[in-house]
Design a binder for this molecule. Structure first.
Ligand code: NAD
Ligand code: IPM
Ligand code: MN
Length: 348
């Protein structure tokens, strides 16, 4: 029997996870679900944002579903030593699972172009997969410090780290339009020069069927808004991927509808790309769609249940035609949004 560990986390995490877990239970009643702690709430209860019991649970399951972690800007959690803050718990979780490739698909669903802040003719063309490197760069490089009046971080990558994430991107391109854009800042950064070389070498030796382009990150930020239809698969380093994926995420209408999958050699990690949204937490109005679509990715990538995954995606598209949370300009609640998806799935 498959086992999924749910880490609801902080802020709106528990609200969006409740809806997503209902969808999972409806479509895969045989899956065993276990709950564990992560983030600020975990710190308050155990003294660690990634407690030992959570580490054990996630290393012994098939997939992890995560809500969100973190507090408001003025939360006392932000004054803790960095290693004890909620976000560090998330980074430790990613590291423990070895999930080096973060897949963030950005697609405007047919018929839902009106949700996009872009013109409909531009929005209609958007179908991009962002592959973000997740375990390297400035996030994990040990060369970092605040030294009195001076502070620094370092973006280091080794060839093997670039190679393994680029392979994931090339393979994904092969299942799509066979187009890959590698995003860097090679006009300024040495680390980008190495990155570019590794990706180009893979193209020339193993992925000659994929059309590869190299573009600078500042230019991509602009072109993602101006002509988003030009991209199929994008691969980039951790920090660039963090920023570009939030930017791309609003194209379908709201950060609240965007799922993600983080993959390595062990259990996969599935989470919406938005944060804990302290401004709306506890009000019951958060959009659960990003987390529900993360369940679809979980079923597809970790449990091999493609048919159920596609059913969720179709149900979400149907439900959004009439039921929308406030981030999408509607007035429905989290529970109503979740119930609408379940109704499309034939529950009730
Ligand atoms: P955020 O994503 O939490 O919120 C940005 C804006 O989007 C807010 O106005 C929020 O209300 C809205 N929003 C986000 N998700 C929504 C949803 N599902 N439905 C409706 N509206 C939604 O970003 P932030 O305010 O910069 O960060 C808040 C906290 O979350 C910080 O502590 C940050 O570190 C953390 N964070 C966590 C994750 C994660 O757990 N993966 C990701 C990003 C940020
Ligand atoms: C994300 C988040 C995280 C990141 C934070 C909360 C550590 O912004 O998942 O995109 O920067 O990776
Ligand atoms: Mn982010």
């Amino acid at each position: 029997m498959s086992k999924v560990v749910v880490l609801a986390g902080d802020g709106i995490g528990p609200e969006v996870c409740a809806s997503a877990v209902q969808v999972l239970q409806h479509l895969a009643p045989d899956v065993q679900i276990e709950h564990a702690l992560l983030g600020g709430g975990a710190y308050d209860l155990t003294g660690s944002p990634f407690p030992g019991a959570t580490r054990e649970a996630v290393l012994a399951c098939d997939a992890v579903l995560l809500g969100t972690v973190g507090g408001a800007q003025n939360s006392p959690w932000n004054s803790l030593p960095r290693a004890l803050r909620p976000e560090s718990g998330l980074l430790q979780l990613r590291q423990a699972l070895g999930v080096f490739a973060n897949l963030r698909p950005v697609k405007v669903m047919p018929g839902l172009e009106d949700l996009s802040p872009l013109r409909s003719d531009l929005a209609r063309q958007v179908d991009v997969l962002i592959v973000r490197e997740l375990l390297g760069g400035a996030y994990f490089d040990p060369r970092r410090a605040i030294e009195g009046e001076h502070a620094y971080n370092t973006i280091g990558y080794s060839k093997s780290e670039v190679d393994r994430v680029a392979r994931v991107a090339f393979e994904a391109a092969r299942t799509r339009q066979h187009r890959l854009t590698s995003v860097d800042k090679a006009n300024v950064l040495e680390v980008s020069e190495l990155w570019r070389g590794v990706v180009q070498n893979l193209r020339d030796t193993e992925y000659t069927d994929v059309k590869l382009e190299h573009e600078y990150v500042d230019s991509v930020a602009m072109l993602l808004v101006k002509t988003p239809g030009r991209y199929d698969v994008i691969v980039t380093e951790n920090l660039f991927g963090d920023i570009l994926s939030d930017l791309a995420a609003v194209i379908p209408g709201s950060l609240g509808v965007m799922p993600s999958a983080s993959l390595g050699d062990g259990p996969g990690l599935y989470e919406p790309i938005h944060g804990s949204a302290p401004d709306i937490a506890g009000k019951g109005v958060a959009n659960p769609v990003g987390t529900i679509l993360s369940v679809a990715m979980l079923l597809r990538h970790s449990l091999g249940r493609d048919a159920e995954a596609s059913r969720i995606e179709a149900a979400v598209q149907q439900a959004l035609a009439t039921v929308r949370t406030p981030d999408l300009g509607g007035s429905h609640s989290t529970a109503q949004m979740g119930a609408a998806v379940l109704a499309e799935l034939g529950a009730g």
